[in-house]
Write a protein that binds this ligand. Structure first.
Ligand code: 5GP
Length: 118
């Protein structure tokens, strides 16, 4: 279950307090369109449980963390990215660009991406 103190924007989305364009949902995970897309496909996959970022995850979350990637795969297939591939990004900490402090996996596709990332 979501923790009571999840005051992040994604907590509000999970509670239906602000709208989102849902792409996928199951008991544990929600995926929705990023409001400011950085690529033709840019979907965010989040756990319904409030986990701040990877630093906050525990062994208890191992299955849930796996479900995030499996949900990302479903989204990528739904978005037709099987041939070109997709990139998953998780920012962990403000120092590397995390702005919403509820764990989220960016599913990015539909264009080319530099490596290493800038
Ligand atoms: P971060 O920088 O924390 O890794 O990514 C946060 C992402 O959340 C950004 O890509 C940003 O565009 C997206 N975002 C921020 N606020 C909202 C919102 O209210 N709705 C949606 N759908 N996406 C949001």
């Amino acid at each position: 279950m979501m923790s009571e103190e999840n005051d992040t924007i994604f907590g509000k989305i999970l509670r239906g307090e602000i709208p989102s364009d849902k792409v996928y949902e199951d008991d544990d995970v929600l995926a929705f369109e990023d409001a400011n897309p950085a690529a033709p496909v840019h979907v965010l996959v989040i756990p319904k449980k409030h986990i701040v970022n990877a630093f906050d995850a525990t062994e208890e979350d191992a299955e849930l963390l796996g479900k995030l990637i499996l949900a990302a795969k479903k989204v990528a297939k739904e978005k037709g990215l099987e041939d070109d591939g997709f990139r998953l990004v998780v920012n962990n900490g403000a120092g590397v660009g995390q702005t919403v402090f509820h764990l989220h996996v960016h599913v990015l596709g539909g264009r080319s991406f530099a490596w290493p990332p800038g």
